[in-house]
Design a protein. Structure first.
Length: 165
């Protein structure tokens, strides 16, 4: 299985909410396509996976490096409970400001819903982080990617011809 296909399989195993978070951030920030809704970003990311996996072994491996670096930059802080302290406090502050009649009252219902969902999101992200770490350790680390690329290159360029079978 190619590295990009391994990433796609991991991605597809995630909760739909996490898929939308990842796709929206990746498509917006890494690919620079800011005109997508979260649901449309999922489709765009799946297209990107397919496009990248149809290239050479080097293109596939480099796309895996791009995804790995982008994903870890944007989301690795969501893998631990401690990293949720700031978002949790921010949401509480917004709700408090809303109760005081300040400008934040417009987003208070959303903030309240997000705050209520933090325990569930923490769990989902921790599980995603564990499965991501296992994927990186087995398939996406630099040594594994280089080894896969070399194996693919050798297999495609040195297959026995009819004369040498």
């Amino acid at each position: 299985m190619t590295p990009i296909r391994a990433i796609k399989r991991w991605y597809m195993s995630l909760d739909g909410e996490l898929q939308m978070d990842i796709a929206y951030m990746f498509v917006s920030l890494t690919l620079g396509d800011c005109e997508f809704s979260p649901a449309a970003a999922v489709r765009r990311l799946l297209q990107w996976f397919e496009l990248r996996s149809s290239g050479s072994e080097h293109e596939d491996a480099l796309a895996a490096v791009v995804f790995r670096a982008s994903f870890e930059y944007m989301f690795s802080d969501r893998f631990t409970s401690a990293s949720w302290t700031f978002p949790e406090q921010l949401l509480k502050d917004l709700i408090r400001q809303a109760s005081e009649g300040k400008e934040a009252s417009k987003i208070a219902p959303t903030a309240f819903r997000l705050l209520r969902n933090i325990p569930d999101r923490k769990l989902k992200w921790r599980e995603a982080g564990e499965s991501w770490s296992a994927l990186v350790e087995s398939v996406l680390n630099n040594d594994a990617l280089k080894r896969w690329t070399q194996e693919q290159f050798l297999a495609s360029n040195f297959e026995p011809t009819q004369d040498h079978k």
